[in-house]
Design a binder for this molecule. Sequence first.
Ligand SMILES: Cc1cc2nc3c(=O)[nH]c(=O)nc-3n(C[C@H](O)[C@H](O)[C@H](O)COP(=O)(O)O)c2cc1C
Length: 120
Amino acid sequence: MKIVYFSVTGQTRRFIKKLNIPAYEIIRPIFEIREPFVLVIPTYDIEITKVVNDFMNYKDNREFCKGVAGGGNRNFADVFVFTAKDIAKNYDVPLLYSFEFSGTEEDVKNFKKVVMQIES
Ligand SMILES: Cc1cc2nc3c(=O)[nH]c(=O)nc-3n(C[C@H](O)[C@H](O)[C@H](O)COP(=O)(O)O)c2cc1C
């Protein structure tokens, strides 16, 4: 299972580094993935995260998405990780996990477990 992630200020990138799972960062130009992946994305207004939708809409990319995890900040309360929730709804994939900033050691452990379950 590959990880595909997006990061603006580096928190999500730091989380991904701790996982030790092969990962691709979403940057332009958008690339074609052609293998199963879990999406990990931070939470921002759509103007900032539109590139994630562009990635999902590119060729058959969305067909390979097994689920999405969201990074955010719980101070945002009701809109905590809304970007990942919106992606889950709009692309009909499960919301697998949510965490704050670059995640705790516990988050790393739990998220890896979730990814392993999808693989089995
Ligand atoms: C302008 C701005 C808006 C944000 N809006 C939200 C939000 O609505 N909900 C949320 O859970 N987190 C929100 N966050 C927190 C980020 O999603 C969080 O810090 C995340 O870890 C950043 O990831 P990145 O460093 O990989 O870009 C916001 C952060 C900024 C700077």
